[in-house]
Design a binder for this molecule. Sequence first.
Ligand code: ASP
Length: 300
Amino acid sequence: MNFQGGAGAPFLLFHCGTGSRLTPAAKDFLAGMMAEIEPYLLEGEGALELAVRCVDRLEDSGLFNAGKGAISQSDGVVRRDAGGMDGKSLDALGISQVRGIPSMARLVASLMGQSAHVHLSGAMVERWAGRHGWTLDLPEEERDPTLCWEKSPGLAGEGTVGCVVRDRQRDLAAVTSTGGIGRMWPGRVGDSPIVGGGFYADNERGAISMTGVGESILKAGGGGSLIALLAGASDENRDRILSEFLDRIRTRFKGEAGCVGIDRVGRPFASHSSRHMVHGFLRQGRHHVSDQGSGYGDLF
Ligand code: ASP
């Protein structure tokens, strides 16, 4: 089904991670968040700024496994991962294993384009951030390691957040942010902060934010390969390719996964192999949130 948004109408999709449920608190929060972001979308804010704005709100809510709500690694230390890409400039940056900074999407945006590198990790990101006026809140974030086990008894952390945007200029962007998965070793990095893994955006191909078991997503080739497959597919085949990609991650690489994205011709999609994944869609006068349902335009 074709998306009825009008050729140039800007829109945004977000997800709150595989396994996430639409609790009353999440529903209220997300309704407020979309109402807050809508004016920026309509006023013509750029795609990357909008995606960062959305992920920043999700991180700040403390409701999801990212930002203020991020789980700790098995040594009790919270180390966050995030990444973003601008589909017009093709600037991209992932940062991983960063302590003491819940606003990871904003940190990605402030470092992006400052170097030719596409990934920076750990202590050096913290030092760079410190030098540029960011305050690290380290002792606050030392947590009892058992908390992450209790909060996340399964493999997935349930609550990675991500956003893709097509702005008024039809430019694309994607941002993803996470606290990782349960029972992870200190230093473990998943798909979320990897360009082409947990996020990807190229105006000529599409944009995507992934969620799920990062090891499985990376072994399957990551979100960048799904976008490439969709870009080369005929209209009738896109839905099938989308569900086959996620099915393959589940059956061959033994992990649940989900995504929100925008394809080469500007159509939104959302899909997940997990039973639930909170995801939402925002365009002028139309807000939609659900924790079930999959596929192309007909979701919206
Ligand atoms: N993909 C994230 C990771 O592997 C976790 C998730 O999305 O639930 O770190």
